[in-house]
Design a protein around this ligand. Structure first.
Ligand code: NAD
Length: 346
């Protein structure tokens, strides 16, 4: 039987290793491409059945048209979020699958790692002690015990983050568009969450509705000294407003694993370049801002789950009528989507 051909965009050494080591790898012929998928690079998928993409590949309507004409049948996201794919435009042309959960623990634990690093000044201490500077001036932090954390989005990652915070003896309040019933979580309106939280952590998807949910107005409502953690998607925060809030000493700490313009810089080494993004440069220059480059997912367990689920998604798509991890723009209301009847979305 002929192998299913996959064009694997934006591949890194760690991706390649986990896909090669996956025990479902035998049925596929994978071309690993370092470049991202865009209108300039779609042709590299010529002759392939599947394109496999990650968070910063730009799968817009033009790219979808080109891939469709070339005979590509499936867009296999190796991540959970799908805001970078025009799923409404893809409907009826190319199916889209994703990895809904690979390790929610990886992301939730990274969110807490960023928070602890920031408020206990670990990033400063690491550099100081390497230079034999053992002074404690400027290193005063605060206890998490007894503080109120506002969690926005109580899905898989948000719920694990809540459990971690409970372990620290924190008070939890949350906002979710679809609150989880019988969860024992205290849900409040967004404004109340902004007003009461000492720490705010974002765990909801990026949609038209959630775009810039942290903006100048919402920052104004927050407590002075609030710490904001974003391990979800960059554009949930208006970065200019965040910067102004930090400059005004209103925001006490920002822990960012994602950034709204990250696709221009993240996952690349620009240490020998002049970075053109003034907002990012100014944010990074702040002593109370920590930036990691979308690395919250990056654990051995998550990489292995991503590889296995992605390849199983592809296999299921070509071998069966079902497509368990398919997403389409109708899926948010399953009654309107074929998925509810155990079929492909279209
Ligand atoms: P999930 O689908 O399990 O949970 C998302 C929750 O957000 C749901 O409870 C949903 O009801 C809620 N929600 C939807 N729209 C909302 C809105 N407008 N306001 C408030 N809540 C809303 O998803 P998850 O697995 O917990 O992942 C959460 C997000 O984390 C993903 O959307 C993705 O963007 C991000 N993520 C980041 C990384 C990383 O490496 N940094 C890795 C994986 C996922």
């Amino acid at each position: 039987m002929e192998k299913i051909k996959i064009a694997f965009y934006d591949s890194k050494d760690y991706d390649k290793e986990s896909f090669i080591n996956s025990n479902v790898n035998d049925e596929f012929e994978i071309t690993y491409l370092e470049t991202r998928l865009s209108v300039d690079t779609y042709k590299l998928a010529e002759g392939c059945d599947v394109v496999c993409v990650f968070v910063n590949d730009d799968v817009n309507s033009e790219v979808i048209d080109k891939l469709h004409k070339m005979g590509v049948k499936l867009i296999a996201l190796r991540c959970a979020g799908y805001n970078n794919v025009d799923i409404e435009y893809a409907f009826g042309k190319i199916h889209v699958v994703r990895v809904p959960a690979y390790s929610p623990y990886a992301v939730a634990e990274h969110a807490m790692a960023l928070l602890l690093t920031s408020i206990r000044r670990i990033h400063k201490a690491y550099i100081r002690t390497r230079d034999f500077n053992f002074s404690l001036n400027g290193m005063t932090g605060f206890d998490l015990h007894g503080k109120t954390v506002g969690v926005i989005g109580t899905g898989k990652i948000g719920r694990i983050f809540i459990d971690i915070c409970r372990g620290f003896g924190m008070n939890i309040i949350a906002y979710d568009k679809f609150p989880a019933k019988d969860s024992g979580i205290e849900y409040v309106e967004l404004d109340e969450l902004f007003e009461r939280s000492d720490i705010i952590s974002l765990h909801c998807p990026l949609t038209d509705e959630s775009l810039h949910m942290i903006n100048a107005d919402s920052i104004e409502k927050m407590k002075k000294g609030v710490a904001i953690i974003n391990t979800s998607r960059g554009a949930l925060i208006d970065s200019e407003a965040l910067l102004e809030g930090i400059k005004a000493r209103h925001i006490g700490a920002a822990c960012l694993d994602v950034y709204e313009e990250e696709s221009n810089v993240f996952f690349h080494d620009y240490s020998n370049h002049i970075v053109n993004d003034d907002t990012l440069a100014r944010l990074i220059s702040m002593p109370n801002v920590i930036v990691t480059s979308h690395q919250a997912f990056l654990t051995k367990e998550a990489l292995s789950n991503i590889a296995d689920t992605t390849l199983n998604n592809v296999r299921e798509f070509f071998e069966k009528d079902t497509c368990t991890n398919e997403v389409c723009y109708k899926c948010s209301n399953l009654a309107n989507c074929n998925q509810a009847h155990d079929k492909k979305c279209f």
